[in-house]
Design a protein around this ligand. Sequence first.
Ligand SMILES: O=C(O)CCC(=O)C(=O)O
Length: 379
Amino acid sequence: MSTEQQNTYNQSLETMYQKGVKNMYDNGIEHVPVKYILPAAERPNANAANSVPEVNLELPVIDLAELQGPNRSQVLESLAYACQNFGFFQLVNHGISEEVTSNMVDVGKRFFEMPFAEREKYMSADMSSPVRYGTSFNQTNDGVFCWRDFLKLVCHPLPDVLPLWPTSPLDFRQLGVTYAKETRSLFMMVVEAILESLGLKTDTDKKTEKYEDVDEVVGIKNEIENGSQLMVVNCYPACPQPDLTLGMPPHSDYGFLTLLLQDDVKGLQIQHRNKWVTVQPIPGSFVVNVGDHLEIFSNGRYKSVLHRVLVNSTKHRISVASLHSLPFTSTVRPSPKLITHTNPRLYKDTNFADFVAYLKTCDSKKKNFLESRKIEQTQ
Ligand SMILES: O=C(O)CCC(=O)C(=O)O
């Protein structure tokens, strides 16, 4: 092949990769292209001793209905335990109906089943675009691509962004809006419990008790209420050689909390005691995880844990992540109540601009953003 032919060929491959993995799958791809092959040490089965069979993982289960009853204090203890030791828990009896969750997964699936020409309308290289269809983790910077396509939707404030959301499938907006509103309310309920589990009382009537933290707590709650919500519909098509690649590389989530809805195909793994363990889907539940903001706010008490996604050779997988963060203009810092002589401040102030600047330079998010916010301890 002449150099010119080689360049044209490379260009056409690059165009194909930018269109995403669902498009490659639909065109009958039989081997994972080199662009998706991870170095041996980063593949799913690298260091097999560091991954344990799925059955070994018992992610704590939090029953939200119990939180409203006489067992609230025990549930708060379990919540604190989960956030400290796993950074993750499964949420059941959360009050969002099966109809709303299954409709969301279904309409997400139907979005990715539409012809590429229809999905392509939402492609954008602009990271701040309110609606963005794309592939891999960060397709502008990723050296090795991962086996995922996604649709990202800014959800707040809804009236501003809704006119930009996809118009097809025809019921996408209606089902997506219901889902976004219900997950936002659920998020607020979980946050309330999390603040209480950190020893920060949240009831507004505590004001009358001259509760000393109340201003701080009301402040953080207001910020959280006005915070951003981003919904990401992830599509992981079946992959001909799943051992060579990942659906998503190890990363932690930037925001305060993530509520993840997954279909019945497993794939999510979290890092626990230096091993990768698989989260078994519990039908109808949410997987909830601590994000970087909450780790910083809790001054390191609650952990924003690395997670990744495996793909498999036979089944497509759909997940819908609802990522909740403080407003883009807020500064995130440890709660003064959680800084003590024995537990000094562990993190620098941080904001969204720091994160965007970081994203522009990194190959994949990994844990480094949070690491970069840590204050070096002198002893
Ligand atoms: O698909 C999953 O199970 C995880 C998705 C995820 O980690 C994310 O959207 O950040």
